[in-house]
Ligand binder design. Structure first.
Ligand SMILES: Cc1ncc(COP(=O)(O)O)c(C=O)c1O
Length: 373
């Protein structure tokens, strides 16, 4: 049997009535722009995360740009960001005229290496973008201590991190709620995914909240009065309606992902040539992505695809080697851990509706491949 890398079709089939009636209600009212589900979702999301304010935006990428703009990650500012991440974690700074300063990663956990980040702080450093990748957060105690010491603003890229937690000053805090602004993506594959593009920015700061609300409507809180040169980046009401349905069952979705991850761990740990990233201390993981590392990654990927098993590579090329960032002057060899991980990493199918038999099928194929080597 084949196994899809990801699909929303099973979830929709199982909860069709809930989704149809939530979306239908918006169609019946016709308040597509900042309709009532947007404010309802913002309140529910803020309360679930344990943060004062949430602002619904058009995507996670937009949320990064708005937040970076508001925090002044623009002309002349240096901003520390991992090289091993999704493009938008750094493009948000570059497009505002700021300078992304790339940082290598920790091989064991795949998170940004915070000790290396500390070495790159200069008098021009304005901020840091810790990105919580795959299943766990960047060590936030180190990030927040560094930010305090050097007066940096912290923009948490929690696009992938709904529900992940990190212990800071002895207290568990949800990803996205520890920095000045945290952002989330609701791209359909995410732990909480919309049925299209959608995003969110969260903060505890009243002034930042006011600016986020203004920036998403062309810098305007009163109609046709523009305080800032903002953007058009509102969370769509239909997507907010979908997200409200999903948020009602998010704990079960997270638990199902954890069960699949434990199943993969039990079958794959210790298999010849395969390494599984570790969950660091002070982290409560959420398995948005389940990765393995293997030297013959391209061989395994081709083999799985031939057997009908979906898999994908996050990320095949670190950002310091992307053509659009060549002006920053980085070269191959500058970030050896990220370069090595990008050649060996492979993401396996993980989503709540996956069956135990499907996880077994993926593992059987991987083990057959690894034993042949
Ligand atoms: C780490 C990270 N940052 C930012 C984004 C951008 O989010 P979006 O696709 O909603 O624009 C994504 C997701 O795709 C991501 O994984």
């Amino acid at each position: 049997m084949g196994v899809p890398f990801f699909t929303t079709v099973r979830e929709y089939a199982a909860r069709k009535n809930e989704f149809d009636s939530a979306v239908g209600a918006v169609m019946e009212r016709g308040d597509f722009i900042l309709g009532k589900e947007v404010a309802e979702f913002e309140q529910e999301a803020a309360s679930w995360l344990g943060v004062k304010y949430a602002v619904g935006l058009a995507s996670g990428s937009d949320a990064l740009v708005l937040a970076a703009d508001i925090l002044g990650f623009s002309a002349g500012a240096e901003v520390l960001t991992p090289t091993f991440t999704f493009f938008a974690s750094a493009s948000c700074v570059a497009r505002l005229g700021g300078k992304p300063v790339f940082i290598d990663m920790d091989e064991e956990t795949l998170a940004m290496d915070t000790a290396k980040a500390a070495e790159r702080v200069t008098e021009r450093t304005k901020g840091i973008i810790p990105v919580h990748l795959f299943q766990q957060t960047t060590p936030m105690q180190a990030v927040l201590d560094m930010a305090k010491k050097h007066g940096l603003s912290v923009l948490e890229d929690a696009a992938e991190a709904w529900g992940m937690e990190n212990r800071v000053d002895g207290c568990w805090r949800r990803a996205g709620t520890m920095g000045d602004i945290g952002i989330f993506s609701f791209f359909p594959t995410k732990t909480i995914g919309a049925y299209g593009d959608a995003g969110l920015a969260v903060t505890d700061d009243e002034e930042l909240h006011r600016k986020l609300k203004s920036y998403r409507v062309h810098g305007s809180l009163a109609k046709y009065q523009h305080d800032y040169i903002g953007y058009n980046s509102r969370l769509d009401t239909i997507q907010a309606a979908v997200l409200r349905v999903k948020l009602r069952s998010i704990e079960a979705a997270i638990a199902a992902r954890a069960r699949h991850a434990a199943h993969y761990n039990a079958r794959l740990e210790g298999a010849p040539g395969i390494r599984i990233p570790k969950v660091a201390a002070d982290n409560k993981p959420v398995f948005y992505v389940y990765n393995i590392l293997i030297d013959d990654r391209d061989g395994l990927s081709a083999y799985l695809k031939e057997k009908g098993i979906g898999c994908t590579i996050y990320y095949p090329k670190p950002l310091h080697l992307q053509a659009c960032f060549s002006c920053l002057g980085y070269k191959e060899g500058d970030f050896p851990v990220a370069e090595s991980v990008s050649r060996r990493i492979l993401a396996l199918p993980i989503f709540p509706e996956l069956s135990d038999d499907e996880v077994d099928e993926v593992c059987d194929r991987i083990l057959a491949f690894s034993r042949k080597r």
